[in-house]
Write a protein that binds this ligand. Sequence first.
Ligand SMILES: Cc1cc2nc3c(=O)[nH]c(=O)nc-3n(C[C@H](O)[C@H](O)[C@H](O)COP(=O)(O)OP(=O)(O)OC[C@H]3O[C@@H](n4cnc5c(N)ncnc54)[C@H](O)[C@@H]3O)c2cc1C
Length: 488
Amino acid sequence: MTSISNSLSIKHGLSLWCPHSSSLNRTLHSPSLPSGRSFQRRRYVVASSAFANENREFVIVGGGNAAGYAARTFVEHEMADGRLCIVTKEAYAPYERPALTKGYLFPLDKKPARLPGFHTCVGSGGERQTPEWYKEKGIEMLYEDPVSNIDIKKQTLTTNSGKQLKYGSLIIATGCTASRFPEKIGGNLSGVHYIRDVADADSLISSLGKARKVVIVGGGYIGMEVAAAAVGWNLDTTIIFPENHLLQRLFTPSLARRYEELYQENGVKFLKGASIKHLEASSDGRVTGVKLEDGSTIDADTVVIGIGAKPAVSAFESVGLNNTVGGIQVDGQFRTSIPGIFAIGDVAAFPLKMYDRVARVEHVDHARRSAQHCVKALLSSQTHTYDYLPYFYSRVFEYEGSPRKIFWQFFGDNVGEAIEIGNFDPKIATFWIDSGKLKGVLLESGSPEEFQLLPKLARSQPIVDKAKLQQASSVEEAMEIARISLAD
Ligand SMILES: Cc1cc2nc3c(=O)[nH]c(=O)nc-3n(C[C@H](O)[C@H](O)[C@H](O)COP(=O)(O)OP(=O)(O)OC[C@H]3O[C@@H](n4cnc5c(N)ncnc54)[C@H](O)[C@@H]3O)c2cc1C
């Protein structure tokens, strides 16, 4: 290790922006030197040889999607070898987490995805970073040893096993944990599953292998993806949720209806607007059903809870949380208010420049990009603010023999009036228009060229001829109208 690289982290580890407001809609300020505050150099004792003592130059806490892409960026800057340490709760090197409710849950006879097949960074066409890759690159991996405490003054982390790690610069990439049902209503019963990591997915697979009746609680991404997987296992499947339709945060009622009909054609039952009282159990503590507030019971031998996730901040509350969107507050370069400490991925509450608000984004595209942006800012002279364009996608029913594969992408903001074009056979598109501008687009089963157009549209927000768009007789025609509006 050299002191040169350390001085780089000192330079860029300084937080130039102290968040004062946690408001979702607060006005953003450009990072500027806080007046009256003198910068302190980070005290850091350089290790005499790589990882020989408790000192680490760069530490990433969390070994998920963001950590994998951050590691790659350290390697690209030749700053990983003997300098970077990743401390993770899981037993595996970073992997592309979305696979867990997609290829990983394929029926066992339909070539399910398994590690090492989907280690980062294969999801974006990059190298498959196996545990050997980390060894070859000189990156220290500490597996199954979560960080339980931080001493900011001493720049020291303590892990569950009692290990003490001093860091020069620290990147927090702890992601989220699945929200759970309380134990008193049956949240911990045998046969009740949550899905966040490989261990959870393996446990679910072992239940699916024996299951007959599956109930999925939650009509969001996780619920939709797990239900599609359960169909592949030929299981009696019911989705229960309190909203009026699937993926209420994004889908319009009309768009949701198309997907719901497809699920119903595949045998999935829906219970909408339902609230759950508790889960019922047999005398041996295994789940037997879901009791609803209206007094009815839905039988189930397997229950999957997909009701959202919470940022994993418990060890890092002293770093500075955002009380509105949750997570750790950072600026446009992922710096927290503590010099030398950064946060990326799901756990970061960052300025969403395009829409002038602070946000937390629980999506893999942001995990990848925030990791790259943060590490570049830390290691190079990059100073520009992260400018993220929200992007969500899902793919379901992709296993062999499935009657219909589903693949949609959404870019932008789902605000204003929604215009739907197409009949879902196979394509459908929804355009969100606000004050004459195209703000967001969702496209199902588009061509590669059409999908490539979506971020351009959402980023440019062109003025579109609404009447013309509404009259489009096909998705292709509507996309062409939108494309032409880019040139206006
Ligand atoms: C089942 C599933 C399906 C998904 N599907 C999609 C999708 O289709 N499209 C999409 O855009 N996004 C999807 N997502 C979201 C996407 O996976 C996340 O946005 C992304 O993984 C976030 O990356 P991250 O590194 O911030 O967090 P994570 O990938 O969750 O990694 C966090 C890591 O930190 C570890 N950790 C937590 N606390 C500690 C600690 N104290 N010490 C050490 N380690 C710790 C965790 O164990 C984990 O390994 C999905 C998520 C899940 C769970």
